[in-house]
Design a protein around this ligand. Structure first.
Ligand code: BGC
Length: 767
């Protein structure tokens, strides 16, 4: 241990002991600030720059530059205080060793942030975020993040780069898989639930980790769904659609936020003073840490926004990016930029303050090894309880898209022959999905394993049929032969894990390779087919919808994929998922989202209109405008009847409330859960308004025959929006309210909002 560290550690230990004995909440805040200031006053310019330098570890890379971090060089950088933290490493023993280096062998003994992309589980892998979002189950989603936090924290990690709050309306964009879909309200609630799950009630709890909501901002609106592409949008659209989930995450306490790769209206997000200084800091009062995305600062030269590295560093820091991930520009350029007066020292100091604050809040100064506990690690990783939570979440994520003649559920005891066919039928690795570097390829339960386990009376065979992408049909014959011998075929098709996530945009979002041809060949046998379609986005499934009786969206379901799917196929679990994204009829419809504007020439799909009426409408000649499967859609083994929609008043006063009620009856044979959804439409606005906007939902259980009167309350705040003059508020006038099982099949009523009012922009994100 270096001499300089001992007194600091003593001061820290004694300080925290004193603090503990006379603890008052307001004291704690002041003490942390005091501790930060004390430490800051001891730091050289170089050490400060080092505290802003965040680098990837030597286990795996998630970006373009392979870091030449031979352990020695890496360790030396820690000793010299040139690294604030390392990410995408894990392991209690390994991270403990690195913390030891930092606290015992660097001059100031500042512990490390250990970051990781803990996106959907850790070693116990949960469904990809888009899949989880299909559950519309906030408690289950929060629990999923809590389990991920427990496992990863035990493995030395104290910060996750999640949740992703980007609203995604273009299925071509691969990162759709990492978020919560196309609707700002649903994305907001889910993102907030994830933050709560990761962070719990205290950052210094060894079972929680700091969240990093990302990517700030409008990354999901990349032109043509191509990753990293340009974004140009009005400020009111930004505020109405893309910012709310970030605000919700920060209101839920997210300790950090990550900048985006895209430029926004001509300025790279990492140097966007307006969004970071004005909106994030001044309007929202965010006090936490802003982290750049991978090499973002360096990329400003490619954007054509910075002349060189030094200029990029100057622009990013001044605009409000605190931490430099992977560009090493702050480390190399900031000391000189400050010395030369190009960057005022206050910018550097503020950024360092926020890093130190986070490290204090995480409890790292009190115990640098808090998160690196080999015993807890062993207990936590893939524990029975965690796998059970992953199973439960996977069941809830499955969406039943079609079930003609109630082909499902199958009987588990029947003596039947089931052929599992398709490239994802006996596949483990792809069940883990995108962004699951910690989940091991051999761990997930495959569909075949799950089906064999559940179908006690059946003879289950398997044929791959074709590979995920290849155009070879060499295995078709064997698959057709297997189908011919079977009573029922379960086809497991869709995307591989690497077809989703970062850098995984697709221009054609249909089934890859020759998979559709395989489905057609099996269909020609005349056997009943159940299609399990796994994907990280909304796929174009038009042929399947027209020809295959039963279709399930099975995303990438994680460690328990096969068990969860089998429990649904054999009726142990009645599917309750609802789509968080609209499934298109054709790729050319993209971007496609239910909450679009009406246009001046709206087309309602009525082909019987006279030609001239039909032609000059906002439509395609070849496909309808509508989604194949709309937002909020998902079937069940039971059926629900919606009737008796009632409003408590048809006039809503500015301080008033409107009660909306509807009777929902389970008219089928099975108990089930139904997501009852409420949408509104503001008919006339000072800027045009979407044709529908989700405002509330409830997920409720119904026994067979059970009828419930489901009640919602609408307040004027629920109807507020950002206007062209950038004020936020409501406008008087007529509204429609819609209630139903999805965004399409709704009942409607009308009311009038009586007087306008300006509403403070807190977070109108309450369900
Ligand atoms: C991604 C981020 C991720 C980071 C670190 C980047 O390429 O855009 O979402 O957190 O890498 O792995």
């Amino acid at each position: 241990m270096r001499k300089t560290f001992i007194p600091i550690l003593l001061v820290v230990i004694l300080g925290s002991a004193m603090l503990f004995s006379s603890f008052k909440p307001e004291d704690k805040k002041d003490k942390t600030e005091q501790r930060v200031e004390d430490l800051l006053s001891k730091m050289t310019l170089e050490e400060k720059a080092g505290q802003l330098n965040f680098v990837v570890g030597d286990l795996f890379n998630t970006g373009p530059t392979v870091r030449t971090s031979e352990s020695d060089k890496f360790n030396e950088a820690i000793r010299k205080g040139e690294i604030t933290g390392i990410f995408n490493i894990h392991g209690a023993a390994y991270t403990g060793k690195l913390q030891k280096l930092a606290v015992e062998e660097s001059r100031l003994g500042i512990p490390l942030l250990i970051g990781a992309d803990v996106i959907h589980g850790f070693k116990t892998v949960f469904p990809i975020p888009l899949g989880e979002s299909a559950s519309w189950d906030l408690a289950a989603i929060e629990k999923s993040a809590r389990v991920a936090a427990k496992e990863s924290a035990a493995s030395g990690i104290n910060l996750t780069f999640a949740p992703m709050a980007d609203v995604a309306r273009d299925a071509r964009w691969g990162r759709t898989a990492e978020g919560a879909g196309e609707d700002p309200y649903l994305v907001s609630l889910i993102t907030a639930a994830r933050v709560k799950g990761f962070q719990g009630n205290s950052l210094s709890d060894p079972q929680t980790i700091a969240a990093c909501v990302k990517h700030f901002v409008a990354y999901g609106a990349a032109e043509a769904g191509r990753d990293y592409n340009t974004v140009d949008m009005s400020e009111y659209e930004l505020r109405n659609t893309y910012l709310p989930p970030f605000k919700a995450a920060l209101d839920a306490g997210s300790a950090t936020i990550m900048t985006a790769f895209n430029e926004l209206n001509g300025v790279p997000a990492t140097a966007h003073t307006k969004v970071m200084r004005q909106i994030l800091r001044d309007e929202w009062g965010f006090k936490g840490l802003v982290i750049s995305d991978w090499q973002n600062i360096w990329e400003m030269t490619s954007h054509g926004y910075a002349q060189n590295n030094a200029h990029a560093g100057e622009l990013a820091l001044k605009a409000g990016t605190d931490l430099d991930m992977m560009a090493e520009i702050y480390l190399k350029e900031l000391p000189q930029l400050v010395k030369s007066g190009k960057v005022e020292q206050k910018y550097l100091d503020d950024a360092v303050r926020r890093v130190l604050w986070l490290k204090f809040k995480l409890g790292l100064f009190d115990n640098p090894y808090l998160y690196s506990n080999t015993k807890t690690e062993k207990k936590q990783i893939r524990s029975k309880e965690n796998l059970q939570a992953a199973f439960d979440m996977a069941q809830r994520s499955i969406v039943l898209l079609k079930n003609e003649n109630n082909l499902l559920p199958l009987s588990a005891s029947a003596k039947q022959k089931i052929a599992v066919i398709g490239p994802l039928g006996n596949n483990k690795e792809d069940m883990n999905g995108t962004w699951s570097f910690f989940g091991e390829a051999q761990h997930p339960v495959s569909f075949l394993e799950g089906i064999k386990k559940y179908a006690k009376g059946a003879e289950v065979t398997y044929a791959e049929g074709c590979e995920l992408y290849s155009d070879s049909k060499a295995k078709f014959d064997a698959a057709v032969a297997a189908a011919n011998k079977a009573d029922v075929v379960v086809m497991a098709i869709g995307e591989s894990a690497v077809m989703n996530g970062e850098g995984a945009s697709r221009a054609d979002v249909s089934l890859p390779g020759v998979q559709l041809e395989l489905v057609k060949a099996i269909h020609a046998t005349g056997k009943p087919i159940i299609a399990l379609v796994s994907s990280g986005r909304a796929l174009e499934l038009t042929w399947l919808d027209e020809n295959i009786p039963t279709i399930l969206a099975t995303w990438s379901l994680g460690s328990e994929a096969g068990n969860a799917v089998a429990s649904v196929l054999f009726g142990e679990y009645n599917p309750s998922g609802k789509l968080p994204v609209s499934f298109p009829r054709a790729v050319g419809q993209l971007p496609l989202y239910y909450n679009h504007k009406n246009t001046g020439r709206a087309y309602d799909g009525n082909h019987s209109e006279p030609g001239s009426e039909r032609v000059y409408k906002s439509r395609y000649r070849d496909v309808p405008n509508t989604a194949l499967y709309p937002f909020g859609y998902g079937l069940s083994y039971t059926t629900y009847k919606y009737d008796n929609l009632k409003l408590s008043t048809d006039k809503l006063a500015p301080a008033g409330q409107l009660q909306v009620s509807i009777d929902v009856t389970n008219t089928g044979k099975y108990a089930g859960e139904e997501v009852v959804q409420l949408y509104t439409r503001d008919l006339v606005g000072s800027i045009t308004r979407p044709v529908k906007e989700l405002k509330k939902f409830q997920k409720l259980t119904f026994m067979p025959g059970e009828r419930k009167t489901v009640k919602f309350t609408i307040s004027p705040e629920d109807l507020a929006f950002w206007r062209a003059d950038l004020t936020y508020g409501t406008e008087p006038g007529d509204f429609k309210v819609f209630v139903g099982p999805n965004s399409r099949d709704v009942q409607e009523a009308s009311f009038t909002l009586l007087k306008d009012g300006s509403v403070k922009y807190e977070s109108s994100i309450k369900n």
